[in-house]
Design a protein around this ligand. Sequence first.
Ligand code: SF4
Length: 470
Amino acid sequence: MRSAKTYSVPNFTHNSKLLEQFSEKGPYYTSYPTHGNWSNHLGCVDYVESLKEFLLKTPDAPVQLYVHIPFCAKLCFYCICNIIVTNNRERMQHFVDYLFREIDLLKSLFAEIGIKPNFKEIHLGGGTPSHLENDQLEQLVNKLGDIADLNGLFEFAMEIDPRTTTRDNLKFYSTLGINRISFGVQDFDHDVQEVINRVQPFEMVEDLLSPDVRALFEGFNFDLLYGLPRQTRQTFENTVDLVKKLAPERITLIKYAHAPELRKHMRMIDSTTLPAETELPLMFQDSVQSLIADGYVWVGIGDFAKPSDEMAKAATEKRAWRDLGGYCTGRTRDLIGLGPTATAAVGNAYYQSAYGINEYYKAIDEGQFPIHSGFKMDEDEMLRREVIFKIICDSSLDYKQIESKFGISFKNYFTQEIGALDKFEQDGILEFNGDSISLTPTGRFFGRHVAKVFDKFLQRSDGVYTISGP
Ligand code: SF4
């Protein structure tokens, strides 16, 4: 039986209309325009042009550096990342050598224009960065020192796999300057872990987070997935309770998107064991209520942070932002990526690198950045991005702030969109307050639905908004 708990977060799940709306497919806006609108006609030449333009115009802008390490020890059946399963050390060293050559390409470009970006955050993601040997990781960090001042970083974060990392490894990472660790937890239920091919008991994660290890880092992030096979409302509530015991500084709650037609390995998941679609909003709402009751600050759509954490402060002060990795503190809005599939967001442009490792190697061999696709925003798209990100980060929108940044009259520019927001007011999702809008407590569950109104790539001439993939 589920325990009877009372929380202050409103319950929208008795309202069938809102329940249906919550489950609508649609973008979560880690970028705008969303990735499906990017063009593969943009390549290395455009990327270099955008980087130069960005650095020459805003040489002091704080920038994040993202490094994608594509290797994992074992395949998780729910995975949506671009990965290579291998335990072959030579193969990984071969990749590291190419990564160094990509770093050298960037270094030459910075030397050519005489400007080094003001890197303030580094994120090592993947794949599993902790799958590299310690000496490989140390070489990589030293190499990153060629282009970034490692002593001046706000944040140096790394994703790890609890199944293949030890406390000694974590201690070693801290000696390299890494100050935030991200764990892919997903779910602590053994049955669920078995069917997703990722068995990592609660005790394993608890053991890693000993007080001496915790003291070495500024914070730990946990990723949780709801909608996985064999999950029920009760089992997921148990997982959230266990997560609260470990008290990570940040938690990201993500809906699992089952797409076996796109990701062949997802066929290993028996779709009849997935929870009913109608259960998902309940799982999400339970989790929000439970984490807020435990003192976490709710950030944007599905992120939570302890009040003392920089992410919670950013959300409270309305300076959180959205980057290709999800919510960020807004201390860096621009991003340069390294490695296959890595993304970049510089000035008015987005870019993504090649998916395939061979395509990546080929470009580096030719002395080119391995750019595969991208998008250059015009002024209207930059404006819409700001509006969409403000809504999903702040749960509110101040027209005056947008007007002073973009030199427009908000009500004139967005007459049609403001009209389309009426239905959300009628449903109790948002309130108009003169020169601003804000999501109601119930509306906090519908930020991305409201944001969609400003997405011109979803608009039809009749003012109806279409739905694209998640
Ligand atoms: S460890 Fe992470 S990146 Fe690797 S297969 Fe599992 S989910 Fe994917």
